[in-house]
Design a protein. Structure first.
Length: 92
C-alpha cells in the first residue's frame, strides 16, 4: 500500500476529514488531498506530524514496515494484559 492510500485509510479510521487532518498538522486541505492522490510527497516534518497524529511509525506511513502498532500510553498493566489477550485470541 502506498503513502497516499495509507494516509486516507488512517484518516477515515480516525473519523477525520481532510480539513480536520490538515488543521491538526498545520497544512491546508489541498495538501492532504494531494498526498492522498499521490500528487505530492510530505516533507519529513509533516510525515512526523502525521505519524504522531495517527499513532503509527513513519515507516508504517511510508509502507516500509507493514506492522501496525497500538498506542497503550495511559493504560495500566492490567489493561495492557487484557488487550494483549484479546489480540492473541483474534489471531487464532
Amino acid at each position: 500500500m502506498d503513502f497516499g492510500s495509507r494516509l486516507k485509510e488512517l484518516r477515515i479510521q480516525h473519523g477525520m476529514t481532510q480539513k480536520q487532518t490538515a488543521e491538526r498538522i498545520g497544512v491546508t486541505k489541498s495538501v492532504i488531498s494531494f498526498y492522498e492522490l499521490k500528487e505530492r510527497a510530505p516533507s519529513p516534518e509533516v510525515l512526523i506530524k502525521l505519524a504522531y497524529l495517527f499513532h503509527v511509525s513513519t515507516d508504517y506511513l511510508l509502507g516500509i514496515d507493514k506492522t501496525r502498532t497500538i498506542d497503550v500510553s495511559g493504560l495500566d498493566d492490567e489493561d495492557i494484559k487484557a488487550l494483549l489477550a484479546i489480540i492473541e485470541r483474534l489471531r487464532k
